[in-house]
Design a protein around this ligand. Structure first.
Ligand SMILES: [Zn+2]
Length: 268
């Protein structure tokens, strides 16, 4: 894991919720980072959107200060006005080394045992990424059927919820509960064969077709957070509808996925 080589292209502020971040460009530096503690001694600082540690805003040497030449990098010493560096999280930061897709690896960076996984917190992570309510049972089934994804490249105890989703690829939504408003709206207005009763997805006519949540693509790019683009569509016999909705979600560092229940990180 070589630190230093990767130029981060995103940042956030201390007061931002866990899911918010901004592109690192001249406009946003001016807009968000022009007062203390984000500006001090003529230097700009911000927060890493993944690990929450302070970062310094830098410019490629001998280049004009254009958007392309701006980047951020973790600082190695504490900065006044910012939380102290959390070394444990810094060591697990996906933005501190070259990002490679979560694919099968020959040597995993961390050995995560199935028994150590905190199912209720994993379920919360699945829920917050997808907008769908997973039960503890379904969460356990996904974990069991895709446990190989715990050992994918760059996967650790803070991010394996994301590799499990990537490996699982698709989820049947019939009789599941939806809690994200944008998904409820898409089903209510666009679905031909499904409707919501309360928050539960049910077929309009018994036994006709499936409603699916599927991973359309995922993106791993140096300096950015990994992302998944999801689509929800109907499948009737062998025919799939065009997507009712498509949405992109980012991989954030998630606390408490192993061991005792801890904090959550829900959004939408
Ligand atoms: Zn970081």
């Amino acid at each position: 894991m070589s630190r230093g080589g990767v130029k981060m292209k995103i940042f956030k502020l201390q007061e931002d919720p866990s899911y918010r971040f901004y592109n690192l460009d001249a406009y946003n530096v001016q807009k968000y980072l022009s007062s203390y503690p984000y500006l001090q001694d003529n230097k700009n600082y911000a927060i890493c959107p993944y690990c929450g540690n302070p970062v310094a805003i830098l410019y490629v040497a001998n280049k004009e200060h254009t958007d392309a030449s701006i980047y951020a990098r973790h600082v190695t010493n504490d900065v006044a006005g910012f939380p102290r560096i959390n070394k444990q999280k810094l060591d697990h930061c996906l933005l501190s080394y070259n990002l490679v897709p979560f694919v099968p690896a020959t040597s995993p960076i961390e050995s995560i045992s199935l028994k150590s996984v905190n199912i209720p917190n994993l379920r919360k992570a699945f829920n917050s990424v997808t907008g769908i309510s997973f039960s503890n049972y379904t969460t356990g089934e996904i974990l069991k059927n895709h446990h190989n994804a715990l050992a994918f490249r760059n996967v650790d105890s803070y991010n394996f919820y994301f590799s499990l989703l990537i490996d699982a690829k698709r989820f049947n939504l019939s009789n599941r509960y939806v809690w994200a408003n944008q998904i409820k709206k898409a089903i209510n207005t666009k679905s031909r064969y499904f409707k919501l009763i309360g928050d539960k997805v049910v077929p309009k006519q018994k036994g006709i077709g499936d409603l699916r949540l599927e991973i359309k693509e995922y993106d791993f790019k140096d300096g950015y957070l990994p992302s998944i683009t999801f689509e929800i569509y109907e499948q009737i016999n062998e025919t799939s509808s065009s997507p009712l909705i498509s949405f992109k979600r980012y991989c954030f560092m998630y606390d408490g996925l192993v061991g005792e229940p801890a904090s959550t990180n829900e959004y939408f």
